[in-house]
Structure formats: C-alpha cells, structure tokens
Write a protein that binds this ligand. Sequence first.
Ligand code: IMP
Ligand code: MG
Length: 199
Amino acid sequence: MNPSQNTTAMNDRDLTVRVHDRSFRPYIGTDEIDVMVSDIAEKINKDFLGQELTVLIILKGGFVFAADLIRRLRIPVKIETLRASSYGVAMTSNGLIDVEDDFPDLRERNVLIVEDIIDTGTTIVELIKRIGGLQPASVTVAALLSKPEMHRENLVIDYVGREIAPDFVVGYGMDYAGYGRELDAIWVVDTATEEFPES
Ligand code: IMP
Ligand code: MG
C-alpha cells in the first residue's frame, strides 16, 4: 500500500486516509487488486480467443481498472468511453442515473462494459438496456467490485473481481465527493471515526 500525504497512523492498525470530510481504512491492497485484475483478464482472453473486443469504459470510475485490464488482454481491442453517474456527494445511490447521450457506434461489436463497482445495479441495468439497443454482437460486463446485498434485482455480472459487503469504498478510480480516485489501493469508510457532517 502506498499511502498518500494525508495518511495518518500511530501504527498499522490505526492507518487511515482522509478523503474530503471522512476517514477511510485499508480494505483491498494493491497486490490483491493485481490478482483480481489478472484473473479477469485471463478469463476474457480465453472467452474471446480469436475474436475482437470493444472495451467500453464507464467514466469516471472505470478508468483505472480499465487501464490495468486492457494491458493484460491478448486479443485485438478497441476502446470507447461513456460517461455515466448516479452519485452526488452522498454515499448512497439516488436511483437516478445520468448517461451521456453521445453513444459510440457499437453495431456488430463484442462490447465489454467496464465498471468500477456495482451497488444497487441501477447504472449497469440501464447501460445494458441502452447498449443492447445499439445492435451489438454481444454485451458482457466486467466490474472490479460488486455489492450483492445491495442489488435491487437479480444480476448476472460476467466478470467480477470480488464481492464485498455494502460498505462505501474509495480509491483505484472510485471517489467520495469527487476525491480519492488517485489512491492506488482500495479503502473503506471508517465507521469508528464516523462524523456526521451537516447535510
Ligand atoms: P449503482 O447504480 O447503485 O449500482 O451504483 C453504481 C455506481 O455508483 C458506480 O459506477 C460507482 O460510480 C458508484 N458507487 C457505488 N458504490 C460505490 C462506492 O462504494 N464507492 C464509490 N462509488 C460507488
Ligand atoms: Mg461510476
């Protein structure tokens, strides 16, 4: 783990990082992330052997995971991006998602949607619906993390790095209030030091 400047610790157990107005504890280290990404890449290489893939990176959260993932792919790959957001400053989904209108041309392509994390599933369900309407050859989903206890409906995610408890995490592309995406490991909100900022 490579703590950034605003990390404080008396010892390892007390290690926290400050992101915006909250403290976060170490959760998934860089070595484990590495293994998760490599495992997903290996499966994709096998499943799409002899085919071409269009990796559709969901911005902003998916860009770090996607950057590591695509460099482990050994098949011909094209990259597209799409902006989607469902979170404001809060740590819970507001159920509304905002997807950019400017969809890439995905006709006849094997589309792999790359998401950072699946929480309620609202975002991915909406994306699959919209992308499915663009006559792609196939649509699959890779998510680094998933919170199955939060899913609002039965979801089948093709490639998941790890299922986690319904806790709020930051780092490796994922943000809290726009901050923390640059952290190389994944950190979980520290409920022990929970503060209740004025809403
Ligand atoms: P969903 O639509 O409820 O599944 O939420 C998915 C989106 O919310 C993801 O693309 C993330 O951007 C964001 N999100 C969900 N959980 C977290 C989290 O724990 N940390 C940071 N962002 C999250
Ligand atoms: Mg996101």
